[in-house]
Design a protein around this ligand. Structure first.
Ligand SMILES: *[C@@H]1O[C@H](CO)[C@@H](O)[C@H](O)[C@H]1NC(C)=O
Ligand SMILES: *[C@@H]1O[C@H](CO)[C@@H](O)[C@H](O)[C@H]1NC(C)=O
Ligand SMILES: *[C@@H]1O[C@H](CO)[C@@H](O)[C@H](O)[C@H]1NC(C)=O
Length: 744
């Protein structure tokens, strides 16, 4: 145990009351946390405790144990208890819709949602996902994702999460969870924690230091807990040599005591390694209940035996059940009429509007020489590349299960976090429809053959070239990439294709569909490449969203949620072959580039528009005081951590000629009294849609948390005294206004 029980008890003080003192504290250090009556969790706990009193040990073990891999209709299922009206719980992937469904929407991946920096669209996305999950008859959806955070650009599952910045990811997590749970579905924040790569994910140990753990990787999980997330999924990796799903420090001390998490921890599928240690460390639900071979059942009868032999206290099992039942009551799933399960029911409604909005507003315009975009009714366009048309990926072809291929247009990465498309609007089809309606002639070269591409581009007014980069979950290898990307190059010789096209056309527009950063240097070096449109992962509305931007129906308004470097070596993180010491600490992505003085190709937060924005009138109002957060622990952490302590505003004027939206970003520089901290950290953003000439005010509400660092010696969040630097701008490097905030 790394943490004194006295400190743990102090942190877990009122309003959460320990119903029984640490039973066998030396051995287990497990306490029951009871949220106060009157709060949503308090009401749910009251119902759960009443139900618990009616249950036998066998009932309880059935609630906490999956019934086995492939032993039920969903990827996870538990045993029903009819005397309390509790169903066989159905748990299903994943973070962007309903896995294996043939009737649901393929929502945009998290990274695309984050690229909009639009919390309204992100919340709506969550709500629509929740509605489809519920209407399909599923109780628990296995998302959203805050881990991986994405510290390594090659990380295979980064695209399932939101951004490498924990502040942005945290807000996106909270809005997504609010949306999902507003319609009575249980959300799952995953993968907890320090699961940053696919390679060796089921054997490696992630050994992050305490401050890095709190300020980067646990940060967005705290937002999830604050948003009353029902469940948290522990990850496959080890933490300081202990399996994540049996690590008492991260499960009990950090998540349940420090963050005040009242819900339940479930394992990732087959991430459990023990019966007793997992139970006593703080695990609450075993998934899927057996390993993928259908044997090795670690809970179920084995848990019953462990209780009967005194190895696991029955109070611990009661705590597991209370947490699981409380989450079910919290979601209101005890009410009559929960839909029956059907993975073919059409539940899409009009949710494609959200897919198109996010696919469009998440597009980042990286380069636009001579304002080649928006297109001005060219006489002829060449569309080039296999990624412009529907291939196995977009057609849900059987050879591309869980999207484990990169053939044709790309809309999401691969793995358990992928879903079927109900339809897919390919870039070429949307471009062709739009162009033809204006009398523009369109020529297609639908392969990555360089000579075909060059000849298609020859003599055309504009050539639009499509390139991709893909990644996914490690159980599928695609073109030699075992989940994580082998490198940061465009796939399918994308650089060579662009070069060939640039050899025969002076007006080349490159459209990139990618899971994350790629190195663009060879493309940037070509003067014929006038525009680069970073279209990310648009899912089913790909072509429609792209056309909206190419023809200027909307001005692009997405901003990068990670850094695009000039060289892979400019990042200070790698896919590791053994354990990962997380030695880069807090200095990941732009925090590293800023600290090391490395100029990126396109910095975090960057994105062009068809209009211009002027920043003026920075105003700072603060009541912030230095010192530790001392509030009682509520879901998310000490209550005062989430109080607003400063309000910063700037005026933004659309000084260009067309309507557009600007994402204004606020970065803080900590005073020198704080321990070494990245030069700038994102601590606020606001997206404003403004007509030409219009001025709006961006308001940044700064919480105590946003000024705090994790003090490892006192084990508290502390606001340092001194002067905080304020930088407000259009990206992490395009700072337009600066000021300061003084804290005594
Ligand atoms: C890992 O162990 C080190 C050394 O004891 C400690 O400082 C650190 O906080 C631990 N990290 C986690 C995530 O448990
Ligand atoms: C590309 O297309 C040309 C002309 O159609 C053909 O001769 C050549 O073999 C193709 N190259 C590849 C690599 O398929
Ligand atoms: C832009 O804002 C600055 C103040 O930050 C102001 O001096 C300038 O006049 C503004 N320019 C335009 C074109 O509005």
């Amino acid at each position: 145990m790394r943490y004194t029980s006295a400190a743990a008890l102090a942190i877990a003080a009122a309003p959460f009351v320990r119903a029984d003192s640490y039973m066998n504290a030396e051995k287990w250090s497990i306490g029951k946390v009871v949220p106060p009556a009157g709060t949503p969790w308090g009401v749910a706990y009251g119902k759960a405790q009443a139900a618990l009193a009616k249950l036998t040990l066998q009932d309880k073990v059935g609630i906490v144990s999956g019934v086995g891999w492939n032993q039920g209709p969903c990827v996870g299922n538990t045993s029903p208890v009819s005397k309390i009206g509790y169903p066989s719980l159905c748990l299903q992937d994943g973070p962007l819709g309903v896995r294996f469904s043939s009737g649901s929407t393929a929502f945009t991946p998290g990274v695309q949602a984050a690229s909009t920096w639009d919390l309204n669209l992100i919340r709506e996305r969550g709500q629509f996902i929740g509605q489809e999950v519920r209407d399909t008859g599923i109780h628990v959806t296995l998302g959203p994702v805050a881990g991986p955070l994405g510290k390594t650009p090659q990380g295979g599952r980064n695209w399932e999460g939101f951004s490498v910045d924990p502040y942005l990811t945290g807000l996106a997590m909270a809005q997504t969870i609010n949306g999902i749970q507003s319609v009575g579905v249980q959300a799952t924040a995953k993968h907890y924690i320090l699961n940053e790569q696919e390679r060796n994910r089921e054997s490696m140990s992630s050994n992050a230091d305490d401050r890095t753990l709190h300020e980067l990787y646990a940060w967005p999980f705290a937002d999830a807990v604050q948003a009353n997330v029902a469940s948290v999924m522990c990850s496959y990796n080890k933490i300081n040599t202990t399996w994540a799903c049996e690590d008492q420090y991260t499960l009990q001390t950090l998540l349940k005591d420090q963050l005040g998490f009242p819900g339940y921890v479930m394992t990732d599928w087959n991430a459990q390694h023990s019966t007793v240690q997992a139970a006593t460390a703080g695990l609450d639900m075993s998934m899927p209940g057996t390993d993928f071979n259908g044997n090795n059942r670690l809970w179920g009868p084995a848990l019953t035996n462990a209780v009967n032999s005194g190895q696991v206290p029955s109070s611990r099992v009661d705590d597991m059940v209370t947490r699981i039942l409380a989450a079910w009551y919290l979601a209101g799933q005890d009410a009559a009429g929960y839909p029956s399960l059907s993975l073919s029911r059409n539940v899409q409604g009009t949710h494609k509007t959200n897919v198109r909005s996010i696919a469009r507003d998440g597009i980042v315009l990286l380069k636009n020489d001579g304002n080649i975009l928006p297109l001005k009714k060219p006489a002829s366009i060449a569309v080039i590349g296999s990624a412009a048309i529907i291939g196995a990926h977009a057609s849900n072809s059987g050879s591309c299960g869980d999207k484990g291929c990169d053939n044709g247009a790309l809309g999401m990465g691969w793995g358990s976090g992928a879903v079927n498309y109900p339809y897919f609007v390919a870039p070429y089809d949307a471009i062709n429809t739009r162009a033809t309606s204006q009398g523009t002639k369109v020529t297609l070269s639908n392969t990555d053959n360089t000579s075909s591409g060059a000849s298609a581009a020859s003599g055309k007014d504009v050539a639009i070239v499509f390139i991709t980069a893909d990644s996914g979950e490690g159980y599928i290898t695609v073109e030699g990439n075992a989940g994580d990307r082998n490198d940061l190059n465009a796939w399918h010789n994308g650089n060579a294709l662009v070069q060939a096209v640039a050899g025969s056309n002076q007006n080349v527009i490159v459209v990139v569909h990618s899971v994350g950063a790629i190195i663009l240097e060879q493309i940037i070096a070509l003067p014929q490449v006038k525009a680069i449109v970073w279209a990310g992962l648009p899912s089913q509305e790909s072509g429609n969203a792209l056309v909206d931007v190419l023809w200027g129906d909307v001005s692009p308004s997405g901003k990068l949620v990670y850094t695009i470097a000039k060289s892979p070596n400019d990042y200070n993180t790698r896919i590791t072959s053994g354990d990962d010491s997380f030695s880069e600490g807090l200095f990941i992505d732009y925090k590293h580039f800023d600290d090391a003085g490395i100029t990126p190709r396109y910095e975090f937060g960057f994105g062009l528009s068809y209009t211009k924005f002027n920043y003026s009138r920075l105003s700072v109002l603060s009541t912030a005081k230095s010192g530790p957060a001392t509030g009682a622990v509520v879901p998310g952490g000490p209550s005062d951590l989430f109080q607003n302590v400063a309000t910063i505003t700037v005026d933004i004027t659309n000084s260009g000629a067309v309507t557009g939206a600007e994402v204004a970003q606020l970065y803080l520089t900590y005073p020198s009294s704080a321990p070494r901290t990245p030069p700038k950290q994102l601590r606020g953003f606001a997206k404003l849609s403004l007509t030409a000439g219009q001025t709006g005010t961006a308001t940044f509400n700064i919480r105590r948390r946003d000024l705090s660092y994790w003090d490892t010696s006192s084990q508290k969040w502390v606001v340092p005294s001194g002067s905080f630097g304020i930088s407000v701008g259009a990206s992490s490097r395009d700072i337009r206004l600066t000021g300061s905030l003084s804290v005594s």
